[in-house]
Design a protein around this ligand. Structure first.
Ligand SMILES: Cc1ncc(COP(=O)(O)O)c(C=O)c1O
Length: 342
């Protein structure tokens, strides 16, 4: 776990980072999907390849959050999410690798606590889990968290809280760094990428990309788009501006929280978070069959479905290459096997 800083493409002073992920991840053309959609050229930034147990976008954020936790002498990491949270699974495995205790507060149960997908892996990584039924999670999570923190304090153990999705300023440094990494690949291969699309679940990934774009030395960086998989566009615009503000205030990242463009493509949530719909599942099947890539039903399935629909609608034109950030999430497919209809 060699500590290191971020890359140096931008004028950002990165905080300390742990080296837990397999980066840089490849930036790959998807020729068959491009032909299938009928242009523009579609590229995948393969953040689904950041590790196996650590796979996805979360580990990029955790490299910064967990470095801070270690600097604060934390012995226990507490975080929260849905029962199939990719973030919680990545946190559980990163903690195991660092010799830290991990305590997860998971929204769900009773009834949906069968060890499958990410939850199976949480158990495997030895995480302590507090299951909180949906209603209680939305009304009483702060009190539940405070109770858990007090218990560890009374045992003499320093705990460190990572918010849902590690979507705060320290976590979003992971995607400032990822933006730099992607720009270096674009420049090296002389690519003409005009758009970058990512799923938005708690906002930290898009916030980091926006901050990275604001700080890049590149003259014509691509435009950034987020597809929300829950809530709505105004909700995420506020969340993301909040993270940008914190980046500036607490870490002196030169980004203007008021004036940066926050582009959210709304309309692809369906009935709600983690509720897949038929057209999305069809997209997941097509991407598997046409290009041999695996999307997930909660994040990348909805976001990539949006990308295809927005190509048809003319938001992304055939002459403007698009990068889709493949943020991982594969383990969420398994508990959704019934909706895939196999
Ligand atoms: C696979 C996957 N993709 C995308 C996202 C969205 O990222 P963010 O929470 O930073 O908006 C998440 C987590 O929420 C995720 O697990």
């Amino acid at each position: 776990m060699t500590p290191s800083t971020g890359t140096s493409e931008s004028n950002v002073n990165f905080p300390r980072r742990l080296d837990l992920s397999q980066t840089p991840t490849p930036l790959q053309i998807m020729p068959r999907l491009t032909a299938f959609v009928g242009g523009p050229k579609i590229w995948f930034k393969r953040d689904d390849l950041t590790g196996s147990a650590l796979a996805g976008n979360k580990i990029r954020k955790l490299e910064f959050s967990l470095a801070q936790a270690l600097d604060l002498q934390a012995k226990v990491i507490i975080t929260a999410g849905g029962i199939q949270s990719n973030h919680c699974r990545a946190t559980a495995f990163a903690c195991a690798q660092l010799g830290l205790k991990c305590h997860l507060i998971l929204r769900g149960g009773p009834g949906d606590t069968a060890a499958d997908g990410n939850l199976l892996l949480d158990h495997l990584a030895g995480a302590e889990i507090t299951f909180v039924p949906h209603e209680q999670y939305s009304t009483s999570r702060p009190e539940i968290l405070a109770g858990i923190q007090n218990d560890y304090e009374s045992m003499g153990l320093t705990s460190y809280w990572i918010p849902v999705g590690a979507s705060n300023a320290i976590g979003s440094f992971g995607y400032i760094r990822a933006f730099d990494e992607m720009m270096a690949q674009i420049v090296q291969d002389n690519l003409n990428i005009r758009h970058v699309v990512t799923a938005v679940g708690s906002g930290g990934t898009l916030a980091g990309l926006i901050a990275g774009r604001a700080c890049t030395s590149h003259a014509t960086p691509p435009k950034l788009w987020g597809v929300n998989v829950c809530n709505d566009a105004p909700f995420f615009e506020e969340e993301i501006r909040g993270i940008l503000h914190e980046l500036k205030e607490s870490y002196k990242v030169p980004v203007n929280a008021q004036t940066e463009e926050v582009n959210i493509i709304d309309g692809y949530v369906g009935e709600g978070y983690a509720i897949p719909y038929a057209a999305e599942m069809e997209t997941i099947r097509q991407v598997g069959q046409v290009e041999g890539q695996v999307l997930d039903p909660v994040y990348t399935g909805k976001a990539f479905h949006a990308l295809i629909e927005e190509c048809k609608a003319g938001r992304f034109t055939p002459d403007e290459d698009v990068v889709f950030i493949h943020t991982g999430g594969i383990y969420g497919l398994f508990p959704a096997r019934d909706q895939l209809g196999f």
